[in-house]
Design a protein around this ligand. Structure first.
Ligand code: F2R
Ligand code: MG
Ligand code: MG
Length: 296
């Protein structure tokens, strides 16, 4: 179980770092490279800051999470412009609830809540009510749009379910039943059909998307996991070959593949090049201990 916690967070960071050089590119034969330093982006930085807040407080404190997001923010890691603005408003004293609606009145539809949420699926895998409550509280520090919350819910629930049981197609039905928005329900519902035949990259982009919006990236990452998740690098090649939001789709699919395969299923030659490998592994191990003590 501990190796699956580390597999999840390292898989997320590795996916992010492997996908980062291709973010924003059109689809193509992009090959993820492990032959140089693997620097991660905002996806992993936010996952680390969330994990550190939880481990510091032993709880989900929105104020502490917001402070960690603000104080440990590296501007050169390619943050979404809306999230940067929200965090700068919070830092200047604007209450979280007001800041999150200043850029987009209905809240951000970006995938910034989903990309960082995997630690909550690990921590609360043993209690769905605590898990969904935590996802909602953590997402809305920056993302209050119901679609963005649904996307975070889909990733965290999948992580939790993969820790509890073996993968079957009924996992997709389980996810669909928990979505609050029609667009996420429809997209996740279509995955079973798309998995039933050989389909091109272009068709996947057409049907599921490859963009920065939650409903154009979370279903794609979940599809990638179901199609290729027994091989980490195959999953990465697929996600990155789609172009678009490559770092984030690979990060989310990497977290799912990592929890499924455990850290033994991740390539050593890439892990040894990953920025802050030991720190991320240490966070996963401490989340494992916290989860055990919470579950009693
Ligand atoms: N920001 C990026 N990549 C661009 C530049 C990276 C480049 N390589 C570099 O290094 O400079 N990536 C990161 O952002 C995504 C997560 O975004 P998040 O945190 O959700 O931010 P934001 O700004 O809230 O949303 C992203 C964009 O989505 C559109 N959008 C959101 N809500 C909307 C709404 N209600 N209506 C219309 N559009 C909406 C806007 O264009 C937002 O800016 C990840 O990819 C991460 O890697
Ligand atoms: Mg990023
Ligand atoms: Mg991205």
């Amino acid at each position: 179980m501990k190796n699956r916690f580390t597999g999840c967070l390292l898989g997320l960071a590795l996916g992010d770092a492997l996908g980062a050089p291709f973010e924003g590119m059109p689809p193509g034969n992009h090959i993820p490279q492990c032959n140089g330093f693997l620097r991660y982006t905002d996806d992993t930085e936010m996952m680390i800051n969330l994990s550190e807040s939880i481990l510091e407080t032993g709880d989900i404190s929105r104020q502490s999470i917001a402070e960690h997001f603000c104080s440990s923010l590296t501007p050169t890691r390619g943050y979404g412009p809306g999230t940067l603005k929200v965090l700068s408003l919070i830092k200047s004293g604007v209450p979280i609830e007001d800041a999150t609606r200043k850029v987009f009145p209905d809240g951000s539809l970006g995938n910034g809540a989903a990309m960082r949420v995997a630690p909550l699926g690990l921590l609360y895998h043993w209690n769905e009510r605590l898990l969904t409550d935590a996802v909602s509280r953590v997402s809305t520090v920056t993302h209050v749009h119901p679609v963005a919350i649904d996307g975070a819910m889909a990733i965290a629930l999948t992580v939790g379910a993969l820790l509890r049981e073996t993968v079957t197609e009924s996992l997709l039905e389980y996810l669909v039943a928990r979505m609050q928005t029609n667009i996420m329900k429809q997209k996740l519902e279509s995955i079973s059909r798309l998995l039933s035949f050989d389909i091109s990259k272009e068709q996947i982009i057409e049907e599921l998307g490859h963009g920065v919006l939650t409903h154009e990236s979370v279903p794609t990452a979940i599809y990638a996991f179901f199609r290729f998740g027994d091989d980490f690098m195959e999953t990465m090649r697929f996600c990155i070959g789609l172009g678009g939001d490559t770092d984030t789709i690979a990060a989310m699919a990497g977290a799912l593949t990592g929890v499924y395969l455990s850290d033994n299923g991740l390539p050593d030659e890439c892990l040894e090049k990953l920025e802050n490998y030991s720190r991320i592994k240490g966070l996963a191990e401490r989340l494992y201990s916290l989860s055990l003590s919470m579950a009693g």
